[in-house]
Write a protein that binds this ligand. Structure first.
Ligand code: AMP
Ligand code: MG
Length: 400
């Protein structure tokens, strides 16, 4: 059986092979958070645009600034001022953080390292050329790359785009992710279920997980466990950029997702991965689209989305798939897990150095409530059975 890394690699390679550059749309900068940049953003001028002082102090000539040197202060420059005069030998100009270095000066001495009486400034140390100055164009020169195509726009990228004057930008259209739950027992979450029915929580988690990746969820509702109904719904779903199903992929008599996908000519890349929860997860290419059949148990659905659907959505969004952001924590209690599978267990971690992680009591992969109390997944590798309290383990933080 495939390990989760092998399965992820297959999702990445098979989805990449089919993905074309997404369509492009233009959006105001402040509406682009989380989107993928579809253009290059270049510097509109040198950055910094002038030799910029990064300290409050005095602009000096380094060559004649030593311990004990006295200089006559001949003026003042604050951020935004045009430096009108130059600094002849034997003089200095008081300068503030963010102001442009005046002609003649090549360094700034911090105000803390000087003493001033009237307009005479005495230095308490030597100054080297370039000290406390960021040279013009050293962050980036005019016309050169600031943000590459395919960059995901977070707050720092938005700030960089704003700095260089990119008020409206081209981003890739969000990939449309069709979401289809299955199961005769599943009813819409806004309705009251019969005594043996359950509300559709998977369509909700899948919608939320897709939206948090800045994809566009297309919620197709629920397919009954009938080949005809599944066929109709899957056909609808294949019009999207990718199709994500939940339920109907185990070995039960009414698990019909695989046979119906096969009718559509699906090529099954995998239909089991050595993980718990989520072992019967299916990945297929069907009519050129990536199709995922996630196990219906809600925690399995959530975990397998994060492991396998996420990288596909990232690729379809026009960016590179991110890797799993494991960190290490100290396990607070002894555990025993079935070997041969990588376990992804709902857990809580507490900040600290080192952080600590505690598995949640849960009733298995149907326990949505336990998952809602978790802030991470505790990862137990397949070669471990007994893990002692105090051991260092891997933890996967959970997104929104
Ligand atoms: P399945 O994978 O179809 O065998 O379903 C496994 C378990 O998950 C069963 O207990 C289902 O009732 C439950 N389940 C399936 N689909 C959903 C859904 N959309 N929302 C909540 N639970 C579900
Ligand atoms: Mg089912």
């Amino acid at each position: 059986m495939l390990s989760y890394q092998q399965a992820r690699d297959l999702v990445v390679s098979r989805t990449t092979a089919r993905s074309r550059e997404p369509q492009i749309e233009s959006v105001p900068l402040l509406n682009s958070l989380g989107r993928i940049l579809a253009q290059e953003i270049v510097a509109d001028r040198d950055y910094p645009p002038f030799h910029r002082s990064i300290r409050d102090g005095y602009a000096v000539r380094a060559a004649d600034s030593h311990l004990g040197t006295t200089l006559r202060c001949i003026g003042e420059l604050k951020a935004g001022d045009t430096p009108a005069m130059s600094v002849p030998p034997g003089t200095c100009i008081q300068i503030m953080t963010g102001a442009a270095l005046p002609e003649g000066a090549d360094a700034v001495i911090m105000i803390e390292h000087t003493e001033r009486v009237g307009d005479v400034v005495t230095l308490d140390r030597a100054v080297s050329s370039g000290q406390n100055v960021v040279p013009r164009g050293s962050e980036q020169s005019a016309g050169k790359l600031v943000l590459a195509k395919g960059t995901r726009l977070g707050f720092a990228q938005l700030a960089a785009a704003a700095q260089v004057g990119a008020a409206g930008i081209a981003v890739y259209r969000k990939p449309r992710i069709a979401i289809l739950s299955t199961g005769d027992e599943v009813v819409d979450f806004t309705t009251t279920p019969g005594p043996f029915q359950i509300r559709n929580s998977n369509s909700v988690s899948l919608t939320a997980q897709s939206a948090s990746l800045h994809a566009e969820p297309i919620v197709l509702g629920n397919a009954r466990d009938s080949e005809d109904h599944l066929r109709a719904k899957i056909s609808e779903g294949l019009a999207a950029d990718a199709l994500v199903l939940s339920g109907g992929v185990s070995a039960g008599k009414y698990d019909l997702v695989e046979p119906v996908l096969r009718e559509f000519g699906a090529e099954f890349v995998f239909d089991a991965v050595a993980i718990r929860p989520g072992k019967p997860v299916v990945f297929a290419i069907c009519k050129e689209k990536s199709v995922f059949g996630l196990p219906g148990n809600p925690v399995s659905t959530m975990v397998t989305f994060d492991l396998f659907v996420r990288p596909a959505i990232e690729i379809l969004s026009g960016t590179l798939p991110s890797s799993l952001a494991f960190f290490e924590a100290i396990l607070t209690e002894r555990m025993k897990e079935k070997p041969g599978l990588t376990h992804f267990l709902p857990a809580t971690f507490k900040h600290g150095s080192p952080p600590q992680v505690t598995p949640l009591r849960w009733q298995g992969s149907g326990d949505t409530i336990a998952m809602s109390r978790a802030n991470c997944l505790l990862v137990i590798p397949p070669d471990r059975e007994n893990i002692e309290s105090g051991e260092r383990v891997h933890v996967l933080p959970r997104g929104l």
